[in-house]
Design a protein around this ligand. Structure first.
Ligand code: ADP
Ligand code: MG
Length: 257
């Protein structure tokens, strides 16, 4: 689905990402983890085609991502950030309708009425009751669900998430991740997510890419990547890694000094 070959991105002389080669297969869920400033958001911007690499190549389905038109790319890739939606008094339903932009003609119309499809998304995301409420009046958790609804309406084959749960409490963090997981199960969508919460990353992602000092520090399963040694070297923290009692996946306990 995505192939990156020797990609570097510099801002003036400052490296944001250096010599990264990486392959993502269709249907995989990847987590990108690493300290602040290690290049995670830069990588997502290169993957979404928003930024061009200084050198190297980013390919989507075998084609240089820079050669895709804007609407064409929007039918393939959706991006959701920390604050998924800006301040706006558009309603939840109107925001979901905006997600249909790649399928609309120049008059903002679609061949088929997207109404029933949007209804089904709102049912899945527990948004139906809120559909006529302006986004400004929603709680953080509801708002991020509306943002997810917008990208689901877009029907992409690749979803890029940049710290989507940062401002949510634990209930809504888990709810958000579960909703992405069921969407993926239903549609086989590929997911690449930057996550700060290593324990959520471990439970939801098939594979992790570790970035350190703007370079790859390795990739592999959560069990391979979330080791006490890696976390000491890369995040400079002491941890104890224990298997989750419910599913055996590695969970990170922080050790105070
Ligand atoms: P992360 O998301 O892992 O915190 P970023 O990808 O945002 O890291 O940033 C990587 C490095 O590139 C940082 O040193 C950051 O200051 C720099 N950087 C990112 N975006 C820009 C930009 N638009 N202009 C200049 N420097 C940038
Ligand atoms: Mg970032």
């Amino acid at each position: 689905m995505i192939t990156i070959q020797h990609v570097s991105k510099y801002y003036d002389d400052h490296p944001a990402l250096q010599d990264l080669s990486w392959h993502v297969k269709a249907g995989e869920w990847w987590g990108i983890i690493g300290p602040n400033g290690s290049g995670k958001s830069t990588l997502l911007q290169l993957l979404s085609g928003v930024e061009a690499p200084t050198s190297g190549r980013v390919e989507l389905e075998g084609r240089n991502i820079r050669t895709f038109g804007r609407k064409e790319l929007a039918r393939k890739i959706a991006v959701l950030q920390q604050e998924g939606l800006p301040q706006t008094n558009f309603t939840v339903r109107e925001v979901l309708e905006m997600g249909r932009y790649p399928f609309q003609n120049w008059r903002g119309r679609e061949q088929r009425d997207p109404g029933p499809f949007l209804d089904s998304i709102m049912d899945k995301l527990e948004l139906r009751e809120l559909q006529h409420r302006p986004v400004d009046l929603l709680s953080g958790g509801q708002r991020q669900r509306a943002a997810l609804g917008k990208v689901m309406a877009q029907e992409p084959s690749l979803l890029l998430l940049d710290e989507p749960t940062t401002y949510l409490d634990i209930r809504y963090q888990l709810q958000f991740m579960n909703m992405v997981a069921s969407w993926r199960k239903e549609t086989g969508i590929t997911v690449i997510s930057v996550l700060h919460d290593l324990n959520l990353a471990s439970q939801f992602c098939d594979k992790l890419l570790l970035l350190h000092e703007n370079q790859s520090a390795g990739e592999g399963s959560p069990a391979q990547m979330l080791t006490e040694e890696n976390l000491r070297d890369i995040f400079r923290v002491d941890t104890s890694i224990v298997p989750h009692p419910c599913n055996g996946l590695p969970q990170v306990l922080l050790v105070r000094q």
